[in-house]
Write a protein that binds this ligand. Structure first.
Ligand code: NDP
Ligand code: 8X3
Length: 262
């Protein structure tokens, strides 16, 4: 077997402490990349760094809330020598909060989603991109969502944030055309992670019911798609991947074997 085409690349994954972000970190590590990991939960990141190093990868973590530009700037300013040039940015950090009609929605939930999914993604992108443009190479991969392509009942603000990610992604691709920096989005349907536990503020039973009777994607399935996108030859730009479970056809059409499921 030859060397993996991504060997030696520096990959920055936001939201690496859980779910899709953690799976991406593991997949890139196994492809020979070195990892820069951001999230708020430092203990989780430290455990992941140990696990990646045990697999033979180089990894560093920075505790950082992407909602705060100053924290993002500080996290990426204090890097070991030689780690400044990020080759691949995986903009994964994000969350949903609540599932309610707008007239009953919680304004704090809305602010958290908008600040994280839209402003947080922009903060990290703004800090990382100038280096990529200066070097004439790099790849930005957004973890968007089917919610950025369809709006489902009570998903209003979360869907709006993912539609905003879609617009930012398209804008980036226009702005960066000719710079050597590629922009892709991987848009999953239902993935069983901590996503629904976070959405329902810790209600694990309600979170489990989201995936009842169907087989959701795993974080590793999404990471697999991200790795495929990033390992195309430099002249190939995969613009968009919509990745669905076989049991899902749209946001609202999900096949469930358990007819009593919601
Ligand atoms: P998880 O809840 O398992 O992971 C979310 C990650 O985002 C965590 O590592 C969390 O880390 C991090 N994060 C959240 N807020 C912040 C913040 N302010 N600053 C830094 N990191 C933050 O969910 P998923 O893995 O499922 O979600 C990852 C992405 O995938 C999200 O953008 C989500 O919208 C998207 N997605 C998820 C789908 C699903 O069905 N699960 C489907 C389609 C898209 P910490 O709390 O430690 O900061
Ligand atoms: C996450 C997928 O359908 O729960 O973006 O919004 S969904």
């Amino acid at each position: 077997m030859g060397e993996h085409p991504l060997t030696g690349r520096t990959v920055l994954v936001t939201g690496a402490s859980s779910g899709i972000g953690r799976a991406c970190a593991e997949a890139f590590a196994d492809a020979g990349c070195r990892l820069l990991l951001l999230a708020r939960r430092g203990e989780r990141l430290a455990e992941l760094v140990d696990a990646l190093r045990a697999r033979g990868a180089e990894a560093h973590a920075r505790v950082c809330d992407v909602r705060r530009l100053a924290e993002v700037e500080a996290a990426l300013a204090e890097l070991p020598d030689g780690w400044e040039g990020v080759d691949v940015l995986v903009n994964n950090a994000g969350l949903s909060r609540g599932l309610a009609p707008v007239h009953e929605g919680d304004v704090h939930d809305w602010e958290e989603m908008i600040d994280t999914n839209v402003k947080g993604l922009l903060h990290v992108t703004r800090v990382v991109l100038p280096g990529m443009v200066a070097r004439g190479s790099g790849h930005v991969v957004q973890i968007g969502s089917i919610a950025g392509r369809e709006v489902y009942p009570n998903g209003n603000v979360y869907c709006a944030t993912k539609h905003a990610v879609d617009a930012i992604t398209k804008g980036l691709r226009l702005d960066l055309c000719g710079t050597g920096v590629r922009v892709s989005t991987v848009d999953p349907g239902l993935v069983e992670t901590e996503f629904s536990v976070v959405r329902f503020h810790g209600d694990e039973e309600r979170a489990r019911s989201v995936y009842r009777g169907m087989t959701p994607l795993t974080g590793a399935d999404v990471a697999d798609a991200v790795l495929w996108v990033v390992s195309r030859p430099p002249h190939v730009q995969v613009a968009e991947v919509l990745l669905l479970p076989a049991d899902q056809a749209s946001s609202t059409r999900v096949h469930r074997r358990d007819e009593t499921a919601p």
